[in-house]
Design a protein around this ligand. Structure first.
Ligand code: KG4
Ligand code: ZN
Length: 339
């Protein structure tokens, strides 16, 4: 059988990325150009700045991915791109580039859902992993528990009703004056703090419902800071970080384990930027061992946004004949499993 090489393109938020993946799971190149320094001073991603920067970077990043793989466009078997969910202006840059390239070299165009891509990062990391399994997808924009029935077949078992987990990390870090993005900074500070110092709320819904809600904990942190300031007692940032992180992680892991039991699977996975969190990883491993589950998570570079995960997803779409045509458009609020 001939090898299949797919170029993946990812521009849904503030990372411009292009990658070549061989036969679905072997990363040949994965170029990621982060704009994080540009957005830092605004405390979050500024959509218009992101789109403009993608326009500047997209061609050099794609060229570098091809060069590192020592491949010409003509040698590719498909061109894959994230078409949603994400920032519309940012998505459009990747979608336009992918369409132009696919048209020029007459190769299949494969539109990929960004969340599906995050889940697929696990296939790259763990060559033996096959569906079915349950995956917790936690990023800056999403918090879902997904039952992966088969390649490309998903059932959402739980989702956030308000803020995404990553959003909560970013907002709490902002309130503590720590900078952006907050997740990695809280992760680091929490290592020096006491997770039992403050008892922040854990939100669970009625039995059998595995949804999340993180807006309450964000407010609880803000209230705690204000009250401590008013009392003139102050607070230790590291303790707040550790206590906040412990509360969020506890709910994420408990609901994930319940979802696996509900679906009758013993394989569980993490995905998305927050899956890089060290506390989440260790609590997830502990809970998986306690339940005799097989546990999977990608390396940190494959947790945050990257194009290798998009090329990997596209491989499974391509082998099922699920290709897009040149009418492919950016869909900012694209749902998982939606065509
Ligand atoms: O998946 P991603 O790169 O972009 C989206 O699709 O949103 O995720 C970015 C999010 C940010 O909210 C960031 O704070 C969070 O992932 N994040 C972390 C860590 N590393 C990144 N959150 C907690 N702990 C980390 N180590
Ligand atoms: Zn993402």
């Amino acid at each position: 059988m001939n090898d299949i090489f797919i170029l993946g393109i990812e521009t849904s938020c503030d990372e411009t990325s292009a990658s070549i993946v061989k036969n679905g799971r072997e990363v040949i190149s994965n170029v990621i150009s982060s704009q994080v320094d540009l957005h830092k001073k605004y405390g979050g991603v500024v959509p218009e700045i992101a789109s403009r920067k993608h326009v500047e970077l997209i061609i050099p990043v794609i060229n570098q991915a091809l060069e590192e793989a020592d491949l010409a466009l003509e040698e590719l078997d498909g061109i894959a791109v994230t078409y949603g969910p994400g920032l519309v202006g940012a998505l459009l840059v990747g979608v336009s580039a992918a369409k132009a390239l696919a048209f020029t070299v007459d190769k299949p165009l494969i539109g990929v859902n960004h969340i599906e891509g995050h889940i697929a990062a696990n296939y790259i990391q763990h060559k033996e992993l096959e569906p079915p399994f349950v995956c917790l997808v936690v990023s800056g924009g999403h918090s879902h528990i997904v039952y992966v029935k088969d390649y490309g077949e998903y059932e959402i078992v739980g989702r956030t009703r308000d803020d995404a987990a990553g959003e909560a990390f970013d907002k709490v870090a902002r309130a503590l004056g720590m900078g952006y993005p907050g997740g990695p900074l809280i992760d680091k500070a929490a290592k020096l703090g006491n997770p039992e110092a403050v008892n922040f709320p854990r939100v669970y819904f009625e039995k059998g419902n595995l949804d999340f809600s993180f807006s309450g904990i964000k407010t609880a942190v803000l209230n705690y800071i204000n009250v401590q300031n008013q009392k003139g007692e102050g607070y230790k940032i590291e303790d707040i970080c550790a206590s906040f992180q412990r509360a969020v992680v506890e709910v994420l892991v408990n609901n994930l384990i319940s979802a696996a039991k509900l679906k009758g699977t013993s394989k569980v996975a993490l995905a998305g930027g927050v899956a890089a969190n060290s506390c989440l990883r260790s609590e997830f491993m502990k809970a998986s061992q306690d339940n005799n589950f097989k546990a999977y998570y990608p390396s940190p570079i494959l947790c945050t946004d990257n194009a290798a995960m998009i090329a990997c997803s596209a491989y499974y779409r391509l082998t099922k004949g699920q290709v897009s045509d040149l009418h492919l458009n950016a869909v900012p609020a694209l749902k998982l499993g939606e065509k």
